[in-house]
Design a protein around this ligand. Structure first.
Ligand SMILES: Nc1ncnc2c1ncn2[C@@H]1O[C@H](COP(=O)(O)OP(=O)(O)OP(=O)(O)O)[C@@H](O)[C@H]1O
Ligand SMILES: [Mg+2]
Length: 280
C-alpha cells in the first residue's frame, strides 16, 4: 500500500476528530510503514502502518493475538521488525533495544510488568536513570542522590494529581493496582518523553482506579504528549481516544474515531464481521 493511499485511509475512514484539525495539520510524531515481523511460521505483523500525531491519544484495539503488543514492541525497540520503516518527526529511526526508543523520547509501560514491586516509588521512577550526588560523592563514590530523587518523584506524582500516594519511600508492592499503574504513568511522564505507550494499563483495575489512570492519560495528552493506548475495554477507548487503530490478524483493518463509529461498529471491524468501506 502506498504512503499516499495510507494517509488517505487514515483520514477517510474516521475523518479528523472535530475541533482538532490543527493537530492533524502537523506531521506525525511517530510513523510506521509496512512493518513486518514473523516468529518462525507465525506472522506477528503483516505490513502494518501507524501514524501518531502530536497531542493525540491513539487507541489500538483488536482481538487476542491480533498483533497489538507486537506492534508496540516493534515501535519501542523491544522487537526489531523484519522489514518496514519507522520515523520520528520525519527522521528514520532504528531501535535495537528499548533504551534506544527511550532515549528518543518514547516511554513504554509494557503489558506484563510495569513496575518492580519490591522497590520504593522513587526508585521505580528513576529505574535506569538513577541520579548521583553532586561532586566527588557522586562522581567518585557513585553515591545516589536518594533525597533528590524522592523529592522530584514526589513532584512528578503531584503534577499528575495522584494525591492518594503519600510517601515516595513506600514500596510499590504496598500500593493498590491503580496506584502502581499511576507510578508507571508518572515514570513515563516525568522524563520529557514525547510519546507514551501503554499496553492494557487498566486491565486489572477497578472502576475508580481505571478512572484515575484514564484521567492521567488525558493529562498527558493535554500536556502535548502523544499516547498510544492498547485496551480491550471499549468504553474506556471510546471515552478517551482521539482516533482508534484497529488491528486484525496481524494487519491494520482501519482507523476510526469515536465520533464516526460507535463501539458496536468498532468491534464488528475488529472481528471481521464488518469491513470498512474503501477510501473514496
Ligand atoms: N516472541 C514471540 N514468539 C512467537 N510468537 C509470538 C511472539 N510474540 C508474539 N507472537 C505471536 O504474534 C501474534 C500476536 O501476538 P500479540 O502479543 O501481539 O497479540 P495481542 O494483540 O497483543 O494480544 P492480547 O490481546 O492477547 O494481548 C500471536 O500469534 C503471538 O503468538
Ligand atoms: Mg497484548
Amino acid at each position: 500500500m502506498s504512503t499516499a493511499a495510507t494517509e488517505h485511509l487514515d483520514v477517510a475512514h474516521g475523518g479528523i476528530p472535530a475541533g482538532k484539525e490543527h493537530i492533524y495539520a502537523q506531521a506525525p510524531v511517530l510513523s510506521a510503514r509496512n512493518l513486518v515481523i514473523t516468529f518462525g511460521r507465525v506472522v506477528g505483523l503483516d505490513g502494518v502502518d501507524l501514524d501518531l500525531y502530536p497531542g493525540e491519544i491513539l487507541a489500538v484495539i483488536g482481538d487476542n493475538g491480533a498483533g497489538k503488543s507486537t506492534l508496540i514492541k516493534c515501535l519501542t525497540g523491544a522487537y526489531v521488525p523484519d522489514s518496514g520503516t519507522i520515523t520520528m518527526n520525519g527522521q528514520p529511526v532504528s531501535f535495537r533495544k528499548p533504551q534506544d526508543a527511550r532515549d528518543a523520547g518514547i516511554e513504554t509501560v509494557y503489558q506484563q510488568l510495569a513496575v518492580i514491586p519490591a522497590l520504593d516509588i522513587a526508585s521505580n521512577l528513576y529505574l535506569g536513570r538513577e541520579e548521583r550526588r553532586k561532586g566527588p560523592l557522586g562522581s567518585v563514590l557513585r553515591m545516589l542522590d536518594k533525597k533528590g530523587m524522592e523529592h522530584r518523584a514526589g513532584e512528578s506524582v503531584q503534577n499528575l494529581g495522584i494525591q492518594t500516594i503519600q510517601n515516595m519511600g513506600q514500596a510499590v508492592e504496598t500500593l493498590s493496582g491503580g496506584q502502581r499503574q499511576a507510578v508507571a504513568v508518572a515514570r513515563a511522564a516525568a522524563f520529557g518523553s514525547r510519546v507514551v505507550v501503554l499496553d492494557e494499563p487498566t486491565a486489572a483495575l477497578g472502576v475508580k482506579e481505571s478512572g484515575m489512570v484514564l484521567d492521567m492519560v488525558k493529562q498527558l495528552r493535554d500536556k502535548g504528549l502523544s499516547v498510544i493506548l492498547i485496551s480491550h475495554n471499549m468504553p474506556h477507548v471510546w471515552e478517551v481516544a482521539d482516533r482508534i487503530h484497529i488491528q486484525r490478524l496481524g494487519g491494520r483493518a482501519g482507523v476510526i474515531t469515536p465520533e464516526t463509529h460507535d463501539m458496536g461498529e468498532g468491534v464488528a471491524i475488529m472481528t471481521g464481521a464488518k469491513k470498512l468501506a474503501a477510501p473514496a
